[in-house]
Design a protein around this ligand. Structure first.
Ligand SMILES: Nc1ncnc2c1ncn2[C@@H]1O[C@H](COP(=O)(O)OP(=O)(O)OP(=O)(O)O)[C@@H](O)[C@H]1O
Ligand SMILES: [Mg+2]
Length: 507
C-alpha cells in the first residue's frame, strides 16, 4: 500500500553502480512525485539505463538507498520490484515472438489456468482503458515496433505497475506514434501512476513531461527541474556540460563523381510476402549524400535490405561500384565496397554474445590473420584504435558487447563499417537514439565520407537531419520512391505533402 504521507513515488539517494573498469552510477539521485511524468536525461553512457535497472531490480546497487512509496526497499530481482509496483519497458523489447499479444501480457503473471478467451477479453479491456490499441489474438512477430511497445506497456499495467519506466520508448516510434504515447502516459499520470520517461529528444520532453532530472558521468547534475520553466537549450547544456547544442549547419557542397549505386526497376517483397519495394530507380554518385525520407514501414527497410543483399529482388538490376550484384550474396557487395549501418544494431549489425574486439574485427578478420590464426594483439590494437577514434565508451574491449550503452553500440558499428574505406555507405537511421553530441559526431562522419568521394545513401525518419545533410532527397511512400527534392529549396510542408500524398491516393 502506498504511504499516504509521502508524495514521492520514487526516491533514489546516492546510488553507486560499478562495472569492471566503468563507474556507471556515481552517487546518482532521483525523486519522482506521484502522478507525474518525469524525464531522465543525459548523454549516451551517462548512466540512465543503469539507474533504471537499479530501480527495477535488474541490478543491485553497490551503495545507496531506494525508497518506493515512502518505504525503504532492497530488490534482489525484477520480480521484487514488480511486487513493489515498479515496472520497466527496456530499450530492447523482451517479448516472445511466437506468443500472442494476450499470452505475452500475462506471461509469468497469471499462474491460474484462466480460459484463453477470458484472458483475451481482459487484455482487450485493459488496452481499451488506456487507448493502447492491440489485437490480443495476434502473434507478436507480426507486430510493428510501436505495437510491440504497447504490449510491453500492457504487461506492466497488467501487473499494476504504479511506477512505469520507459527507456527511450520513442526511439522506435514514428512521430505520430510518439504523440499517441504522450497521450497514453498522461492518462496514466492522471490516474496517480508515475511515469519515468527517457528520451534524447528534448521537444518530446517539453511536450510530455512535468519534471526532469539530468545525469552526467553517472552523477545527478540537476534534479527535479520544472520542465515548463526550463528552455530545451538549457537542458541540453546541462547534459553536455558546456554551451554546445547549436543546430548543425549544412555542409559546403562537394563535386559529384561517377555513379556508385544504380538501381533500375527493382522490385522486392516484404516479410508478409506482399510487394514492399516497387519499381525503384535510384542513382547515388561519388561524393554525394542521397536522402530517403518517409514514415517508417513504407519500404525503406526493404530498400536497404535489397542493396545489402539481405532480401532477394523479384526483378530489376543493382550495380554497385561497377559490379552487377543483383542476386549475389551480401559478401559480394561488401567486397565491392559497401558499408552497411543497419537500423537493427544488435540483430544484423553486431553479435551480442561476442566481445567488443570480436565485433570490431567481424568484417575485416581476414586482414587480421597471420597464418591460420588471428593475431590477438593486432586485433586488440585495431579495436582500441576504433574505440579511441569514434569515442566509444567501453570499460574493457574483451567484455561482451551487450554491456555497451545504446549509443556506444552505434558508434562502434559505424567505426567498424567506415574503417574499411567504402565506396558506398548505406546508413539506415544512423543517429536514432543518440544524444546531441553523438548525433553531431555521426553526421560529421557521414559528411567526411562524402567529402572523401564516397557515395552515401541515408535513410532517415528525421526530416531535419535529411534537410541538413542530403544533397538530393527522395520521399518514399507505399513502397515507391516519389519525386526528387532539392533540400536547399524544398520546404517541410512540400515534403510532408509528398509523404501523405501517395497515402491519400491509396484510400
Ligand atoms: N552490464 C554492464 N557491464 C559493463 N559496463 C556497463 C554495463 N551496463 C552499462 N555499462 C557501462 O556503464 C555506462 C553507463 O551505461 P548506461 O547504459 O547506463 O548509459 P545510458 O545513459 O543509458 O546511455 P544511452 O543513452 O546510450 O542508452 C556506459 O559506459 C556503459 O558502457
Ligand atoms: Mg540507455
Amino acid at each position: 500500500m502506498p504511504d499516504a504521507a509521502s508524495e514521492d513515488a520514487v526516491l533514489l539517494r546516492g546510488i553507486w553502480k560499478r562495472f569492471p573498469g566503468v563507474v556507471a552510477n556515481a552517487g546518482a539521485n532521483l525523486r519522482v512525485r506521484r502522478g507525474t511524468i518525469h524525464a531522465v536525461l543525459g548523454e549516451n553512457g551517462a548512466g540512465k539505463s543503469t539507474l533504471m535497472n537499479v530501480l527495477s531490480g535488474v541490478y543491485r546497487p553497490d551503495e545507496g538507498d531506494l525508497v518506493i512509496d515512502g518505504r525503504a526497499r532492497r530488490f534482489s530481482s525484477p520480480a521484487d520490484a514488480i511486487a513493489a509496483g515498479v515496472g520497466m519497458v527496456h530499450q530492447e523489447f523482451r517479448l516472445v515472438p511466437t506468443f500472442t499479444v494476450a499470452e505475452n501480457v500475462v506471461l509469468g503473471a497469471s499462474p491460474l489456468r484462466i480460459d484463453k478467451r477470458d484472458i483475451s477479453a481482459r487484455v482487450d479491456a485493459l488496452a481499451d482503458q488506456y487507448g493502447l490499441a492491440a489485437d490480443p489474438t495476434r502473434p507478436v512477430w507480426q507486430l510493428s515496433m510501436g505495437e510491440r511497445q504497447r504490449v510491453e506497456i500492457l504487461k506492466a499495467l497488467w501487473r499494476d505497475a504504479r511506477v512505469l519506466i520507459l527507456d527511450e520508448p520513442t526511439a522506435v516510434l514514428t512521430p505520430a506514434e510518439a504523440d499517441e504515447l504522450g497521450g497514453i502516459i498522461r492518462r496514466m499520470a492522471d490516474e496517480g501512476r508515475s511515469v519515468i520517461f527517457i528520451s534524447h529528444k528534448l521537444d518530446e520532453v517539453k511536450a510530455f513531461c512535468d519534471e526532469a532530472t539530468v545525469l552526467r558521468g553517472g552523477k545527478t547534475v540537476a534534479e527535479s527541474l520544472d520542465v515548463r520553466e526550463i528552455e530545451p537549450t538549457r537542458m541540453a547544456e546541462l547534459m553536455v556540460g558546456d554551451a554546445g547544442a547549436s543546430v548543425a549547419e549544412r555542409p559546403a557542397p562537394h563535386p559529384v563523381g561517377k555513379p556508385v549505386l544504380e538501381l533500375r526497376g527493382v522490385n522486392a517483397l516484404g516479410s508478409r510476402g506482399l510487394p514492399a519495394l516497387i519499381d525503384a530507380d535510384l542513382t547515388v554518385n561519388e561524393g554525394e549524400i542521397v536522402g530517403i525520407a518517409g514514415v517508417s514501414g513504407n519500404g525503406q527497410r526493404e530498400l536497404a535490405d535489397v542493396v545489402a543483399g539481405l532480401t532477394p529482388t523479384t526483378s530489376g538490376s543493382i550495380v554497385l561500384a561497377g559490379v552487377d550484384v543483383a542476386g549475389r550474396p551480401p559478401r559480394v557487395r561488401f567486397k565491392a565496397g559497401l558499408a552497411y549501418i543497419p537500423e537493427d544494431r544488435l540483430g544484423v549489425g553486431l553479435a551480442p554474445a561476442l566481445s567488443v574486439v570480436d565485433n570490431a574485427i567481424l568484417r575485416s578478420y581476414r586482414a587480421h590473420r597471420r597464418g591460420p590464426l588471428l593475431a590477438v594483439e593486432r586485433c586488440k590494437r585495431f579495436c582500441e584504435g576504433l574505440v579511441e577514434k569514434f569515442g566509444v565508451k567501453v570499460g574493457n574491449v574483451d567484455d561482451r558487447i551487450g554491456s555497451l550503452s545504446g549509443g556506444n553500440l552505434q558508434r562502434l558499428l559505424l567505426g567498424r563499417e567506415l574503417s574499411g574505406e567504402p565506396r558506398l555507405v548505406l546508413a539506415a537511421q544512423p543517429t536514432r537514439g543518440l544524444d546531441v553530441q553523438g548525433v553531431r559526431a555521426i553526421q560529421q562522419l557521414l559528411v567526411d565520407q562524402r567529402d572523401a568521394d564516397t557515395g552515401v545513401l541515408l535513410i532517415s525518419e528525421d526530416l531535419d537531419e535529411l534537410l541538413t545533410l542530403a544533397d538530393r532527397l527522395f520521399v518514399m511512400s507505399e513502397g515507391r520512391l516519389l519525386a526528387e527534392f532539392d533540400p536547399t529549396t524544398a520546404t517541410r510542408a512540400e515534403i510532408g505533402a509528398a509523404m501523405a500524398g501517395a497515402d491519400g491516393a491509396m484510400r
